[in-house]
Write a protein that binds this ligand. Structure first.
Ligand SMILES: [Zn+2]
Length: 88
């Protein structure tokens, strides 16, 4: 099985999905120190050190993955602005 790093999140004790993260989601504030939040159900729990380290790796991989997509989006916006004479 090839689990990608950004999917390798700690398992939520409430719903059982591997969705524990410290990333702030949809403008919400990041969880308190030592706390993980479940992406799937929103449950928060006091995580073990191992879970926190796993979540940090997964979060970093997730942010790395987002970065190229953001760059691509910016390039498309600039191209659009060029074609329309710089005004949107
Ligand atoms: Zn959950």
């Amino acid at each position: 099985m090839n689990v990608k790093p950004w999917n390798d999140c700690p398992t939520c004790p409430s719903c059982g999905q591997a969705c524990g993260t410290r990333c702030p989601i949809d403008g919400a504030e990041a969880p308190a120190a030592g706390v993980l939040r479940c992406l799937a159900c929103g449950h928060e729990w006091a995580a073990t050190q191992a879970e926190l380290e796993q979540a940090a790796r997964a979060d970093a991989a997730w942010l790395e993955r987002l970065e190229p997509e953001h760059r691509q989006m910016n390039a498309e916006m600039e191209e659009f602005a060029r074609r329309t004479g710089g005004s949107l």
